[in-house]
Design a protein around this ligand. Structure first.
Ligand SMILES: [Mn+2]
Length: 429
């Protein structure tokens, strides 16, 4: 199943005239503010957000899972689904694989498939939070931090194997999310668990190719509910600092306790050149994995204001282009492809708005301690309707003016069900 350039053009036809009027309005507004609309469009076009291989099927909770039908049955079909998204928005040109859910059995064929759809391979993700049928030791009581050296060795070897798969496909980063922790007070010696984890990670870091990054994700709770070995950005940063330059922290929006000031964490990590990866999602209560921007779009905007600070200053060493961007969410009731289109749109909306902040005026207001003016400047950017900018960027890049509209008009899900069946289950979920 593929969407042709002709189908995109045909779909755009009826929308283009109205779009031109809307785009002229915002283009004039930006020019009036001293912002170059073409440069903004360029930033938007360059910004690609990776799709995780595990987000293409229906998500579920521990209570149940309701299939959407037509879910990808193998890695080839997962790449095809990302190809559909990328054809519709030209902003999803990367896939992030999870090993062992998506072991490339024929790496060359997989690579060719991805290349034909203009998709590259983002960070590869290891998994030591589940037991696989063929493994010798259980991760029930931990993996990289386990008290027994043979379990740690097995977990280290798994991570090295994941790097090898990534190398075959052209990935440049390994993401480690460590589920290790404890469920009850007294269960774990915090200091020993940290030291064992650091020691295990050193062994993995030693095997990291010289042009790779190791991304260390953190999470305060779940699946362990008393303590987690890497609960917060401070612990992630500590590990990354001890490991070396190529080890960086990864911020997953859902992996914070309620009301955490994530934008401040982002600012600190960028300042220290230690922000390497980003996982987008949204949450109401905890790690809810809701559609990005569905609950707290203003927070997302404030986070982007920090993310783009060195990008908009035209600092040649800016961090922005070196961060691995990925969506990490699940979709319990939506068509996963529609949900991913919504997430990408929300991410790019926040990004576009952050590019409209008058940085000079904001800095002056901060220096003058003009609290009211600083807030007005942020609101001026945040309240701007940037949808015509995003649409213009898509049209210029040969994508759909209205991705979800076209997805529905072309009856993509119906075709996928016809092709793959109604009761398919995406591997890994
Ligand atoms: Mn994540």
């Amino acid at each position: 199943m593929m969407i042709s350039a002709e189908q995109i053009q045909e779909g755009n036809k009826r929308l283009v005239d109205h779009h031109k009027e809307e785009y002229k309005l915002i283009s004039d507004l930006l020019t009036h503010k001293g912002i170059n609309p073409d440069r903004t469009i360029e930033h938007l076009s360059d910004f690609q957000i990776a799709i995780p291989s595990w987000a293409l099927g229906s998500g579920g909770t521990r209570f149940g899972r309701f299939s959407i039908g037509g879910e990808p049955r193998n890695l080839q079909e997962k790449i095809e689904d990302v190809g559909l998204l990328h054809a519709l928005n030209r902003s999803s040109g990367a896939i992030s694989l999870h090993i062992p859910w998506d072991i490339p059995k024929d790496p060359e064929a997989i690579k060719q498939k991805a290349e034909s759809l203009d998709i590259r391979f983002d960070a590869v993700n290891s998994n030591t939070f589940q037991d696989q049928k063929i493994q010798k030791h259980s991760y029930k009581n931990g993996s990289l931090s386990h008290t027994h050296s043979d379990v740690r060795k097995q977990a280290v070897e798994h991570n090295i194997e994941v790097i090898k798969y990534g190398e075959m496909l052209g990935s440049k980063a390994l993401t480690i999310w460590l589920a290790d922790g404890s469920n009850f007070p007294g269960q774990q010696n915090f200091r020993k668990a940290f030291r064992r984890t650091l020691d295990s990670m050193k062994k993995i870091y030693d095997e990291l190719p010289s042009d790779w990054k190791m991304l260390i994700e953190y999470k305060p709770f779940e699946p362990n509910f008393y303590s987690t070995v890497i609960p917060d950005w401070g612990t992630s940063h500590l590990l990354a600092s001890k490991l070396g330059d190529r080890a960086k922290s990864l911020v997953d929006l859902g992996h914070h306790l309620p009301n955490t000031n994530i934008e401040q964490i982002v600012a600190t990590l960028i300042m220290e050149n230690k922000l390497g990866g980003f996982h987008f999602n949204d949450s109401k209560y905890a790690d809810d994995d809701l559609t990005t921007g569905a609950i707290k779009p203003y927070q997302l905007f404030l986070i982007f204001c920090e993310l783009v600070e060195d990008l908009v200053s035209d600092d040649p060493d800016h961090t922005f282009s070196n961060i691995d961007w990925m969506i990490d969410a699940s979709h319990n009731v939506k068509d996963p492809l529609e949900d991913l289109l919504q997430s990408v749109e929300a991410i790019k909306t926040a990004f576009a708005k952050s590019l409209l902040v008058d940085r000079e005026k904001l800095e002056q207001a901060r220096e003058d301690n003009d609290v009211v003016l600083a807030q007005e400047i942020l609101q001026d950017a945040y309240q701007t309707d940037v949808r015509p900018l995003l649409r213009e960027s898509r049209i210029q890049n040969g994508a759909a003016a209205d991705p979800i509209g076209l997805y529905r008009k072309l009856n993509i899900r119906k075709s996928l069900i016809a092709e793959r069946g109604v009761d398919t289950i995406a591997t890994g979920l």
